[in-house]
Design a protein around this ligand. Structure first.
Ligand code: G4P
Length: 532
């Protein structure tokens, strides 16, 4: 094996790339911050939020985010812990930006699901969980906020299994809750881990470990808590699913951890177990079969495009997930869709608080490429191959539609440029009505907040004022062009016929009833629910 291949294999083994999914407020940011703290990437808790605050200061379109207190777009963080190199893909919690999260999950090898112990499985967790399930990636559950009085741990486990339809296996079990949350019982090591007092989660806490029957614990916990723990453990051992790493890797069984991100309780043991149980990057499907991460050819795909991260430079960054080989700064790769060669001159990596220029990167890593308008979401890059392409990233069906017109037609050029850019980033989907000029377009979004982003960004980045008139359509169907004959096509009253950028026919409906009615009227017409 060549030195280079050995090095790639080594680096792949120590890589872990995951996304954190949760309903807003469950504690995703706090948990991420604690991971960075243990990795030594930050010295004090609070830095991630202040980093966000800094970002707001320079990035004016994110004003919306600031005002609403939500995280609009995903970011990527890399840090080292215990010889592992960890990439965390942060995802926006707000449901209106779930499309961005869906795409980010395509770049993750597994997911950490954070659940608020007082709330159980919430709406957004459920949606995101299903995307992970669709991809068949392993899901690790962290039940957070155990320092507050929450639901009974058995109830939480039942909730996860019932609502999400996945089996679970608690890896640790909480001892007490709320003010009396003392620590956890580690079922694999069969030992109690009690937490020492931390300085309000600002740094690591000390752990006192020992066996369940060690008399010191009865003394430390008190007889009633100790007895309850013994009872809980017995019940878990007989009633719960057994630990099975293969089922975890297949996404059929979720290992469950209890803790409190804010006070650091159970966070480091979770991180350690997570690193042991999760897998390094695995082979990925392509049109030419599976691509092994340890092959020599550098390959990767673009899963996200973000414009104007630095408004002073008007830059646009395409995020590349590396799938195989070794990336080296300045190398030239094939851009499969266009057939062009591209030099990757100034790639960036996101190390905890800073963006830095990256010299080398390996499978599992995410790098930001300067994008002068070449990349689309789902594009494959390859060092050697000119034909290989990873499976595309599906675009999710928009559920809200609006008619968009410019107020001043002299700004037509800027308007179209802005719309095109946002469409390439995947923020909006754009349609045209046949025989109507491009000054009036139909825009589809997954969440209504994206209309605000559209309006804000067109005004601030392109100096274009526009009118957004929301429409009552809720469903979109792509007509199979082979089954479409415009002369024979019979449209129903409350349906709108539009065209995508390839001038293919697309239909917008107000309700499912009208979809059925249209199918009845047009025998042989085939409608698709996704555009791929
Ligand atoms: P998110 O990214 O999932 O939206 O959640 P985030 O970490 O921002 O946490 C949401 C709120 O929950 C924050 O409170 C945070 O301090 C709190 N929190 C996170 N983990 C825990 C935990 O383990 N225990 C308790 N008790 N609270 C936790 P906030 O008041 O909204 O913000 P802040 O003023 O504390 O920053």
């Amino acid at each position: 094996m060549s030195e280079k291949l050995k090095q790639i294999a080594n680096e792949v083994t120590r890589r872990r790339t995951f996304a954190i999914i949760s309903h807003p407020d469950a504690g995703k940011t706090t948990l991420t911050e604690k991971f960075l703290l243990f990795g030594g990437a930050i010295r004090e808790a609070g830095s991630v939020k202040s980093r966000r605050a800094q970002k707001y200061a320079v990035s004016d379109w994110m004003e919306i985010e600031k005002q609403r207190g939500i995280s609009v777009t995903s970011s990527v963080l890399q840090f080292e812990y215990d010889h592992c190199c960890i990439n965390i893909l942060d995802t926006p919690g707000h449901q209106d930006f779930s499309e961005d999260t869906y795409r980010t999950l395509m770049a993750a090898d597994c997911a950490v699901m954070v659940i608020d112990s007082a709330k159980g499985v919430e709406a957004q967790t459920k949606k995101l969980f299903h995307v992970c399930k669709m991809r068949g990636i392993p899901i690790f559950t962290f039940i957070n906020k155990m320092d507050r009085q929450g639901l009974d741990p058995f109830e939480l486990i039942e909730d996860i299994e019932k609502v999400l339809d996945i089996r679970s296996c608690p890896i640790n079990w909480p001892i007490g809750a709320g003010k009396h949350f003392k620590g956890v019982y580690n079922r694999q090591k069969s030992q109690i881990e009690l937490f020492g007092e931390g300085n309000h989660g600002q740094s690591k806490t000390k752990t006192i470990a020992g066996d369940l029957d060690d008399p010191k614990f009865e003394e430390l916990l008190g007889t009633s808590l100790h007895q309850q723990l013994l009872g809980d453990i017995e019940l878990l051992d007989v009633a719960g699913d057994a630990y099975d790493l293969e089922r975890i890797h297949a996404g059929d069984l979720t290992p469950v951890f209890f803790g409190s991100a804010l006070t650091n309780f159970g966070v480091e043991p979770f991180l350690q177990d997570f690193l042991k149980m999760s897998l390094p990057p695995r082979p990925r499907e392509s049109n030419e079969g599976e691509i092994s991460p340890t092959s020599e050819d550098l390959t990767g795909f673009i899963f996200k495009i973000q414009a104007n991260m630095n408004p002073a430079h008007r830059d646009r960054i395409a995020f590349l997930r590396i799938c195989s080989g070794k990336f080296e700064k300045g190398m030239t790769v094939n851009h499969i869709r266009s057939g062009k060669k591209i030099k990757l001159a100034q790639p960036q990596q996101f190390l905890a608080q800073d963006r830095i220029i990256v010299e080398t990167a390996y499978p599992g890593d995410i790098i930001g490429l300067h994008d002068p308008g070449i990349f689309n979401i789902g594009d494959t890059l390859s060092e050697k191959s000119t034909t290989m392409a990873f499976q595309g990233i599906p675009s999710f069906a928009p559920e809200h539609f609006a008619k968009v017109t410019i107020k001043n037609s002299l700004k037509r050029k800027q308007f179209l440029k802005g719309i095109q850019q946002l469409s390439e980033e995947g923020t909006i989907q754009v349609y045209k009505r046949p025989n109507i000029g491009v000054e009036e377009l139909i825009v589809g979004v997954v969440g209504v907040l994206q209309f605000e982003v559209l309006e804000y960004r067109l005004k601030h980045e392109y100096n274009v004022d526009m009118l957004i008139q929301t429409l009552s359509y809720r469903y979109i169907r792509w007509i199979d062009p082979k089954t479409f004959n415009p002369d024979k096509f019979s449209i129903t009253m409350d349906t709108l016929l539009v065209q995508n950028d390839l001038e293919q026919p697309v239909l917008l409906f107000q309700n499912e009833w009208s979809i059925n009615q249209l199918i009845d009227r047009n025998k042989g017409l085939i409608l698709h629910e996704t555009s791929l």
